[in-house]
Design a protein. Structure first.
Length: 494
């Protein structure tokens, strides 16, 4: 080797920033949860759809490459030059499951039924700065109806979301779906005399801070401005005080029940036709949810929900978990939102030039899984397989026969494939695999036609709690006839 040729350093064995690896229980529990949600979607007549992880940046639409930062927001790259010259297409990993749906709905519009009802589950990627609890790859779980302008489609999505949360394990009383309508807010903007564009966007951003700064803070931000907790001056939107009144009336219109809320909203939108249309849609959703058996203890009209109002065109909704958990500092707080969605009638139009109504919901998979674990409904650990230990390498066929019998009975089982010389290492392996049972058969047991069945869970409990005499009696290990192997393992597993 030439002296000036440097030795290549070994690659670092570490996960890239913003990404993570998922092991046993994480993968299994996520699949179980998604399977339960898929059952609900399937019962409601929705069809599964899997789209490519890669889309053209043009199709994604939200993040277009530019000269300075061609991968802004997404993981994008440009294909090689096309034959005959010219630049290749820009491609990117999908950043959500809705943009690919819009492309599919446009591309296959002559083949798909209308309305088209689909659900999709899978990873998405966002090229954003990672942080605590913020990853560049995460799972989404969506359900959408494309091609129906009926508000019944929005109501159905809300009712289906309630059913999905419950089937996944969230009990009634532990969640609430809050529903609002962008048209109502448009009516408020009309009542304020605020034009679309920057003034309206400034009002929307201010409304979104209602939960943080309250009624008085929103009023200040809409008019002359306010000081934040640090004492810094925050510039106001510059509206007159009377212009802010409709916004405050809108944000504080939540009544004792849906009927009272709707009445307050009618007063807040005044003479605005758009606002009145939005209130009427909310009234219809309320009635249809009641007909579905989804009462106001599960779904409620709530004007404070202002999520995605720059994106949605009609009803918007958010599912919030209402039970308390302890944060990293041991303080009690509500778990918060795990799903959201609404009506977005402009997305497919990008491809077709014609308005195609659509509505849908997205469940935050990781957050819902964390909620189920917080409630003790999923444990975060997974029971491993029964381990058939190896006492004699020449009898591997016998050990595999045992494992095959257990598998045929529906019991997870494996034969130890490490070095069998140290039997203690085999039991350590079984412990690391979270195995409930170990099977032991040496030459003496084989001659007598028996096996030793070791209950590892009971054994660990005895080791921690039993007296020396109790431990010596080895109640966690039983000798049974070879023919009774499956029956004995079933008894231990319950």
């Amino acid at each position: 080797m030439a002296k000036d040729q440097k030795k290549q350093p070994r690659p670092k064995a570490e996960t890239p920033k913003g990404f993570r690896d998922y092991f046993g229980a994480d993968v299994t529990e996520r699949k179980q949860m998604l399977d339960r949600i898929a059952e609900v979607y399937h019962r409601h007549g929705f069809e599964p759809l899997e789209t490519s992880a890669v889309e053209t940046v043009e199709a994604l639409g939200k993040f277009l490459p530019d000269v300075d930062r061609p991968n802004a927001g997404v993981f994008a790259w440009q294909e090689a030059e096309v034959p005959g010259g010219g630049a290749g297409d820009w491609l990117a990993l999908r950043y959500d499951l809705t943009a690919p749906l819009a492309r599919v709905a446009a591309q296959f519009r002559n083949d798909l039924p209308s309305p088209y009802r689909r659900y999709a589950m899978g990873p998405v990627w966002r090229n954003e700065k990672p942080g605590p609890g913020r990853f560049r790859q995460f799972y989404q779980c969506d359900a959408d109806t494309v091609g129906s302008a009926s508000v019944a489609a929005d109501a159905e999505i809300c009712g289906m979301l309630a059913a999905a949360l419950e089937h996944a394990g969230i009990q009634r009383g532990d969640y609430l779906i809050r529903i609002n309508n962008r048209k109502v807010l448009n009516g408020i903007l009309e009542a304020m005399g605020v034009e679309s564009g920057k003034p309206a966007d400034d009002v929307l951003r201010t409304i979104d801070k209602f939960d943080k700064v309250g009624e008085q803070g929103v009023r200040q931000l809409l008019t002359t401005g306010r000081k934040d907790e640090s004492g810094a001056e925050i510039e106001g939107v510059g509206l007159r005080p009377e212009q802010a009144d409709p916004v405050i009336a809108f944000l504080t219109s939540k009544g004792a029940d849906n009927a009272a809320t709707l009445e307050n909203l009618r007063a807040a939108v005044g003479a605005s036709p758009t606002g009145a249309e939005g209130v009427e849609e909310l009234a219809q959703i309320s009635d249809m949810l009641a007909a579905m058996g989804v009462g106001e203890d599960r779904a409620v009209i709530d004007p404070s929900i202002v999520r995605g109002l720059g994106y949605y065109t009609g009803p918007v909704f958010e599912a919030e978990l209402t039970f308390e958990i302890l944060d990293e500092k041991g303080r009690k707080r509500q778990f918060g939102s795990v799903a959201g969605g609404g009506r977005y009638d402009g997305l497919v139009e990008r491809f077709t030039g014609q308005k195609v109504p659509a509505t849908g919901v997205s469940i935050g998979v990781d957050r819902l899984l964390a909620a189920l674990r917080a409630k003790g409904l999923m444990g975060g650990t997974e029971q491993g397989p029964v381990v058939v230990t190896v006492m004699d390498r020449d009898r591997m066929a016998d050990y595999y026969a045992m494992a095959s019998e257990l598998r045929a009975a529906g019991i997870r089982a494996e034969v130890y494939l490490g070095n069998p010389k140290n039997f203690g290492n085999q039991l350590k392996y079984a412990d690391k695999r979270q195995s409930p049972v170990a099977i032991i058969q040496g030459g003496d047991e084989a001659e007598r036609g028996v096996v030793q069945v070791k209950d590892l869970i009971l054994g660990a409990k005895i080791a921690a709690e039993a007296t020396h005499e109790e431990w010596k009696s080895q109640p966690a290990q039983t000798e049974v006839p070879r023919a009774d192997l499956v029956a004995e393992v079933r008894r231990i597993l319950g």
